[in-house]
Design a protein around this ligand. Structure first.
Ligand SMILES: *Cc1c(COP(=O)(O)O)cnc(C)c1O
Length: 400
């Protein structure tokens, strides 16, 4: 992969006519090391956030050994890229064929489920072996998260007891898992969820071997300033100590966003300006799905050799396709003189950004290059470290 110092280096050297994904392996490795060293249990990467093989290798080299996969293609991909990784199939509704192939051909032993029908399916698709690790997915609130994951999966409180008892019969190790929603802003999301799960376990009279607190750990975006990750880990550690767990129980988490948001940004070009609206060459069907569909705001920077001296003004973006919904309302603050032909770097697109790109309307081709500078914001860099490193000061906890 070609390497450049930063977005300006890419723009100056290649004048790209399609969006370019700029990856920062050092930022993903730093995030992975932070989880490996500080989370009080095992950190498993949720592959759907960004399945890039380069990223998977970077995370593996930084110490991430477990991968949360949710489809047979993710199972095959991770197994091909990381032959020694431990894969956990954490989608509660799976095809029987996917379970069979992942168990017999790819060494998957851990499966999640949220109903008796799925439990029966897992048992029959694997031939009722004695080495299954089964995690019962419990429905919890998404009230502290920016993106809900509360309405699709998860056994309800009254269903959890019978399901735990049934899974206990079939499992070598029994676990509970949940997902508090993506981009959880406060640790209370996890304390509320763990307490709810604890009550269910006590009522069922079982002990569990795995407590998997799922994903949801935040990153930094404009207007979203989450509590520090350390405070999430402290709360989870404390609540976990109070769980009715076996002596050898394990604590797991499944971060997606938090491990890869800082990994990638996208360099786009302004094709036309109409007032305060910029027509750019990436959009809702590309890496800006969340910016269009859930009005997520990402940090932006004008990429010019001679920085503009104009003050920032709020802009909105249209993407390249012919659809009205290919619209990113923002607002995105950019210098008032931004014009057609300018390049813009859109930051923090490593999670659910690059991974969402489609080829709709003939767009969607994108080159990927490596850059060496810091991401536009970081949850993992203290200002003092950044100054020592001589980099642009990363934004620590800042909201713009
Ligand atoms: C999407 C997902 C994750 C990752 O969530 P983030 O909010 O990106 O951390 C983890 N586990 C499961 C089961 C998921 O569906």
């Amino acid at each position: 992969m070609r390497k450049y110092p930063n977005a300006l280096g890419v723009a100056a050297a290649t004048r790209p006519t399609s969006p370019v994904t700029l990856v920062r392996p050092h930022a993903a490795a730093r995030a992975a090391r932070y989880f490996v060293e500080n989370f009080p249990g095992k950190s498993m990467y949720a592959v759907k956030a960004n399945p890039s093989p380069d990223l998977l290798r970077t995370l593996w080299n930084a110490g991430i050994t477990h991968y949360d996969v949710a489809s047979i293609n993710e199972v095959r991909l991770v197994r091909a890229v990381l032959p020694d990784a431990t894969l956990c199939f954490m989608h509660p509704v799976k095809a029987a064929e996917a379970i069979t192939e992942s168990y017999f051909e790819h060494g998957v032993r851990t499966f999640s489920l949220d109903c008796q029908e799925e439990l029966d399916k897992i048992i029959s698709a694997t031939g009722a072996p004695d080495d299954l690790w089964l995690c019962v997915r419990v429905r919890v609130s998404s009230e502290h998260a920016k993106l809900s994951l509360a309405s699709k999966f998860g056994a309800r409180a009254e269903e959890v007891g019978p399901l735990l008892m049934a899974a206990r019969q079939a499992a070598d190790a029994l676990g509970v898992c949940f997902h508090v929603g993506s981009q959880a802003m406060t640790p209370q999301a996890y304390s509320d969820a763990i307490r709810l799960v604890r009550t269910a376990i006590v009522d069922a009279g079982v002990t569990v071997d795995v407590v998997d607190v799922g994903g949801g750990f935040p990153s930094i975006y404009p207007g979203m300033d989450p509590a520090p990750l350390a405070s999430f880990f402290e709360v989870i550690d404390r609540e976990y100590e109070d769980m009715p767990i076996s002596y050898s129980a394990e604590l797991w988490c499944e971060p997606g966003r938090a491990l890869c948001a800082e990994y990638a940004s996208v360099l786009v070009r302004v094709e036309q300006r109409r007032g305060d609206t910029l027509y750019i060459n990436d959009g809702a069907y590309g890496s800006l799905f969340d910016a269009a569909h859930v009005n997520w705001r990402f940090p932006v920077e004008l990429v010019r050799a001679e920085p503009s001296t104009d003050a920032d003004e709020p802009f909105s973006f249209f993407g390249p396709t012919c659809d009205d919904i290919d619209h990113m309302p923002g607002p995105f603050p950019l210098p008032a003189d931004v014009k057609a032909g300018d390049y813009i770097e859109i930051g923090m697109l490593g999670a659910y950004g690059a991974a969402m790109r489609t080829a709709f309307n003939g767009f969607g081709d994108s080159e990927t290059v490596e850059v060496e500078d810091e991401p536009m914001a970081s949850l993992y860099v203290e200002e003092s470290d950044a100054l020592k490193a001589g980099d642009v000061v990363p934004i620590f906890g800042q909201t713009q």
